[in-house]
Design a protein around this ligand. Structure first.
Ligand SMILES: Cc1cc2nc3c(=O)[nH]c(=O)nc-3n(C[C@H](O)[C@H](O)[C@H](O)COP(=O)(O)OP(=O)(O)OC[C@H]3O[C@@H](n4cnc5c(N)ncnc54)[C@H](O)[C@@H]3O)c2cc1C
Length: 457
């Protein structure tokens, strides 16, 4: 007899374990799988930074005790020359991912969620064209097993273990393109001295060090730091680990390392949300459905949001006994895109634009005050660019000496496209019948934008 559950969650990182946590009191039979053991939970390398607002918005528990490494008061963003610093105030945390993730899962487990670790999920199982379950293998045991469920959740991150094996004519089968991702690498180290202003995390925008991304310096406490960088994938840039060793280890901020606690890298999606997070009997959230901030690559908080929306709609789908894309599951797309996805799609426009700028252009833009700290905050929280366009006039005067001044002058065009994309996402189709027309509209907008900027990737 094949085992049967209500919900199967594959992958227990931020997305999957938040969903398990949110479903823990639903009365549904929830089974969660991950290939790792307890010590590998939430093990993907990360900058470990997360805004406080994510907990307020989702009702997920704030990190406490050993799960909280540093209390963050704000972010300092540095220009390429480092002469300009934008200080964006805002509360957040540097967390111990493993301790936080384990505490969520243990609580879910004590409320009845069946957590199965050291279990490798091989792929989806279909019957008569319908997604009915997954096939898996317990590490250290021979043979494979199948479990069936009404809803199968892919929360396997950018490896997209289930999503990429869905039938090719399902719109949910959407893959991550290299150029829409960063390759990131980070090291967590102890230093022999106290870090200045250690409750402010730092982002350094510098296309020569981190092309198509940025490098970061996130103190975990007074004498310990998570430092790393992301570079745009698929463009032939050097591996971020090589850049880290050649260009960051020589920086004064990383002098006096007494211990390396962890070093690792991984892929970070940096694009707008997937065209759909659901299909019949299927939900795909977290990095898997690109529920991330395209500009800074942060994904933990949005994985929690996507999980929170999903939990509510999964319960509704179960009450109605309708697990198709025409039932409550579709509302996961609507909930997500209306509250978060529309901003992220606008930020994806901004991300593409940033990736075309040289250090000179970024420096001038910041020097002339086209974007300041409050506007930087507005861009990241609202996906709206309210640049000081009067400063563009000043730029026209100084632009002559620059290599590609026209790109900075296109800021107004960028703002217009951000608005337009946001509008299209806010009008996400009410049901799956409108999806293909909507997708064509979105793809056309991005293609036009890239043509206008002269982007060929
Ligand atoms: C270097 C770096 C720095 C980052 N910095 C930040 C940051 O500061 N703040 C932030 O918010 N985000 C950051 N991110 C992004 C963040 O790490 C991700 O967005 C987040 O981890 C996504 O969570 P997830 O649950 O979707 O996927 P993942 O964390 O990738 O979890 C997926 C889970 O699925 C499991 N799995 C995969 N395949 C299988 C299988 N076949 N069978 C069973 N289990 C499977 C994995 O073991 C894993 O536990 C960073 C990413 C990187 C790489």
């Amino acid at each position: 007899m094949v085992e049967k559950a209500d919900v199967v969650i594959v992958g227990l990182g931020p997305a999957g374990s938040s969903l398990a946590y949110q479903l823990r009191k639903s009365g549904l039979k929830v089974v969660g799988f991950d290939i790792v053991d307890w010590d590998g939970i939430w093990g993907k390398p990360c900058g470990d930074a997360i805004g406080k607002h994510h907990f307020e918005e989702t009702g997920m528990p704030e990190p406490r005790g050993e799960a909280l490494r540093n209390y963050v008061k704000g972010i300092d963003i540095y220009s390429p020359s480092e002469e300009i610093r934008l200080r964006v105030e805002g509360e957040g945390f540097i967390i111990d991912r493993n301790k936080y993730g384990v505490s969520l899962l243990k609580e879910a487990q004590s409320d009845g969620v069946d957590v199965r670790l050291r279990t490798f999920v091989i792929g989806p199982v279909f019957r008569d064209g319908r997604l009915v379950g997954v096939e898996y293998k317990r590490l250290g045991h021979g043979g494979k097993d199948v479990i069936e469920a009404d809803i199968i959740v892919d929360a396997t991150g950018s490896s997209q273990v289930l999503r990429r094996k869905l039938p090719s004519d399902w719109p949910a089968n959407e893959r991550l393109k290299d150029v829409d991702a960063n390759l990131a690498y980070r090291r967590i180290v102890d230093l022999d001295h106290e870090i200045e202003d250690y409750q402010y995390i730092r982002i350094y925008v510098n296309q020569e060090i981190a092309p198509g991304g940025y490098w970061w310096y996130f103190p975990e406490g007074p004498t310990s730091v998570n430092a790393g960088l992301g570079v745009q994938h698929g463009r032939g840039y050097p591996h971020p680990k090589k850049i880290f060793e050649e260009k960051l280890l020589t920086r004064p901020e990383l002098k006096g390392i007494v211990r390396v606690k962890s070093d690792a890298g991984a892929v970070v999606p940096t694009r707008r949300p997937a065209n759909t997070l659901v299909w019949d009997n299927f939900v795909g959230i977290g990095d898997n459905g690109f529920t991330v901030n395209p500009v800074h690559g942060g994904g933990m908080g949005y994985a929690m949001s996507a999980a929170t929306f999903s939990a509510r709609r999964i319960v509704e789908a179960s009450e109605r006994g309708d697990f198709t894309r025409y039932g409550p599951l579709w509302s996961i797309n609507l909930d997500y895109n209306r509250s978060i996805g529309a901003k992220q799609a606008a930020l994806d426009i901004f991300r593409i634009y940033l990736q075309t700028l040289s250090n000179d252009e970024i420096e001038w833009g910041l020097k002339l005050g086209i974007v300041d700290a409050s506007k930087a905050y507005n861009i990241s929280s609202e996906g709206e660019l309210e640049a000081d366009f009067s400063a563009l006039e000043k730029l026209k005067i100084v632009a002559r000496g620059m290599r590609r001044p026209r790109l900075l002058l296109k800021l107004k065009t960028v703002g217009d496209y951000m608005k337009e994309v946001k509008r299209v996402y806010l009008n996400y189709p009410e049901n799956p019948d409108g999806l293909s027309e909507w997708v064509s509209k979105v793809e056309d907008l991005y293609a036009r934008f890239k043509r206008e900027l002269g982007v060929e990737w």
